[in-house]
Ligand binder design. Structure first.
Ligand code: GLU
Length: 497
């Protein structure tokens, strides 16, 4: 069988896209790309009560940001408008309602589904009784007893109803998952699932089967929290007489404390990672390694998306939940930041700087491209994410204020401190503007300091930064420029006199 590989991501527009969810999407995408397949986005919006305004656009925006390219289905055009592309549309379930009704009707006619007229009240009673008897909650099959004609009469009389699937008795349902292997479940543990609700909308179970079939989906990638719904889908495929796509249930992402990532406890929306200054390439790299490894003995950890696609293999997807390790993400992100050209880093940093008060309030000479590129040259090696730009070195943008005691190196006297700062001032003053480079600054300052480096360099460093911790005084002086450096030295001396 040489079936075309078609993988879909089927989000419900009920909220933001969760990082664990994105990891599952990524695995499906990698699998599709590895096998020259098609990656499709379908929107499952049949639960209209849970729909959140703008959520659909946000999900699509995040896919675009992270460079997961949709081949078919729902996507954004260049103006950010939602668009559908492909021969299997519509790709938005609320536009396909008639279809689901037709297929549900087909199941009723074949005897695999039946209308159920039970009231909410009766269903609650059944549930309560099962609870007190220690049974798992399940519909008791009451409405199975009506003949087709009786059911027709009730419907004609305007009785409200849903359509339920008729789960066969005493049947072992078996299917194979490409991660979990063969799974069997007895039909007595499977509920007569509602397929069409009383408002005429399908439930997830019917819609997903009809659409995956009609859209010729070859592999269903889902989070393993959906595993328990698989037997119902398997039965529906059997009822319709359709070939089952392959199941690939991907293990959940769990937080460091061993629990499933929680929206409340953990920072989990993809958008949050974007706002925190993680690069999409780094996030992809990190997510690909969450629950998958590129093979035994492989020690490389930084992979481009092209490399990941080339190496991706379902045989290396783990069954155990993958632990979300923020330290690892930080490390990977830092590696990607180091690899950026100065120009790229500058372009990407601007939107993050623009959000910071210390930057907005800085004087214009501290916002020029040349000045910012100097700051970034110093920071690039140390940055973990882009929202940190300037954050720990605010003294590059603001006036500084500090206690004069900070200037003191070990136990040197006020007089020695003044001499040290005077010496730095003379050294800096003598370096011509055109030689204002870190290397020259190092040469001259080291020569002047002799073997008492701390005596000269500590007071200078504090005078330039006003901070306990900062880059070296040479780096500081280079970024600040000659006149600002001298100005800060005068300021320090003034504190001592
Ligand atoms: N619409 C489901 C969701 O909201 C998708 C489940 C599936 O992929 O089958 O996650």
């Amino acid at each position: 069988m040489n079936k075309k590989i078609r993988v879909r991501f089927a989000p419900s527009p009920t909220g933001f896209i969760h990082i664990g969810n994105l990891r599952t999407v990524l695995f499906g995408y990698l699998f599709a790309k590895k096998n020259n397949g098609t990656f499709i986005v379908r929107i499952e919006d049949t639960d209209q009560n849970r729909e959140v305004e703008g959520a659909l656009e946000k999900v699509l925006e995040m896919l675009q940001w992270i460079n997961i390219v949709t081949d078919e289905g729902v996507m954004l055009d260049s103006n950010g408008k939602v668009l559908e592309k492909g021969e299997f549309g519509p790709y938005i379930q609320s536009k396909r309602l008639d279809l689901y009704k037709r297929y549900a009707q087909e199941l009723v006619e074949k005897g695999h589904a039946y209308p159920c007229f039970c009231s909410e009240e009766r269903l609650n009673e059944v549930r309560e009784r099962q609870k007190t008897e220690g049974e798992a909650p399940k519909y008791d099959g009451y409405c199975r007893k009506f003949s087709a004609q009786e059911a027709q009469e009730k419907i004609a009389n305007g009785e409200k109803y849903v359509i339920r699937m008729k789960v066969p008795e005493e049947k072992t349902i078996t299917f194979t998952d490409l991660v979990y292997g063969e799974i069997s479940i007895e039909s007595e543990n499977v509920d007569d699932q509602v397929l069409i609700k009383s408002d005429g909308f399908p439930t997830y179970f019917l819609a997903v089967v009809v659409d995956d079939h009609l859209m010729e989906i070859s592999h269903i990638f889902r989070g393993d929290d959906w595993l328990s719904s698989a037997p119902k889908l398997v039965l529906l495929y059997e009822f319709f007489g359709w070939e089952m796509p392959a199941f690939v249930h991907v293990p959940n992402v769990i937080s460091g404390n061993g629990k499933k990532l929680s929206k409340r406890r953990d920072s989990v929306s993809v958008e949050q990672f974007k706002q925190d200054g993680y690069l999409p390439e780094a996030l992809i790299n990190f997510l690909a390694l969450l629950g998958w490894n590129p093979g035994k003995g492989e020690t490389q950890e930084i992979f481009s998306i092209a490399e990941i696609i080339q190496k991706f293999d379902l045989a290396h997807v783990h069954k155990a939940g993958a632990v979300f390790d923020l330290k690892k993400l930080d490390w990977i992100n830092a590696q990607y930041i180091k690899k950026l050209s100065l120009d790229e880093l500058y372009q990407k940093s601007l939107e993050f700087l623009a959000q910071k008060d210390f930057y907005r309030n800085a004087s214009d000479d501290k916002k020029t491209e040349e000045y910012l590129k100097k700051v970034l040259t110093i920071e690039q090696e140390r940055l973990v994410n882009l929202s940190e730009v300037g954050e720990y070195n605010r003294f590059f943008f603001t006036d500084i204020e500090y206690d004069k005691e900070m200037l003191r190196w070990k136990k040197i006297t006020d007089q020695e401190l003044i001499e040290s700062l005077e010496k730095s001032k003379t050294v800096l003053d003598e370096i011509p503007q055109e030689n204002w480079e870190i290397k020259t600054l190092e040469e001259k300052l080291f020569a002047a300091a002799g073997d008492k480096k701390g005596d000269l360099l500590w007071p200078l460093r504090v005078a330039l930064s006003g901070a306990q911790k900062s880059p070296s005084p040479m780096e500081l002086a280079w970024v600040l420029g000659k006149s600002e450096s001298l100005k800060r030295l005068y300021f320090a001396l003034a504190k001592l006199k």
